[in-house]
Design a binder for this molecule. Sequence first.
Ligand code: 4NP
Length: 153
Amino acid sequence: MVKVLFVCLGNICRSPMAEAVFQQMVNQAGLSEKISVDSAGTGSWHVGEKAHSGTRRVLQQHGISYDGRARQVRDEDIDPETYVVAMDQSNLSDLRLRFGDHPRFYRLLDFATETSVREVPDPYYTGNFEYVYRLVEDGCRGLLQYIRTKEGL
Ligand code: 4NP
């Protein structure tokens, strides 16, 4: 099983959105038995909470269901084989501080092809969940292509 873990700060806005969008793409590609998808936050403030209402609303508008609860990233998440995909540079720096170097730490928008934006802006502050959705979709599409090539799927 190829494992993909999306990481943001709170695990209520961006990484749950990426998890849900990517899971749908994996399902549509018929790869749900080959690729597992999860998300977590570097921070612990929102552990146990549902995704932010803005994230739930935008996912629902795009026909995607999601019922995950926030959790914090754990030592056992950081397996060398896991694709750990952060939403911004600050998430990546936090991951490196805590877990050191890892061969598969990525930033989601480094896989995007339709935007030159490289940091997923935090909608917790901007309120712009639809814009974040479009960025996340672009990044997830590129990420799936990258993993398929790399893993021969
Ligand atoms: P996320 O957004 O990292 O995309 O889940 C945030 C959610 C909560 C907070 C910050 C960012 N917070 O400071 O509580």
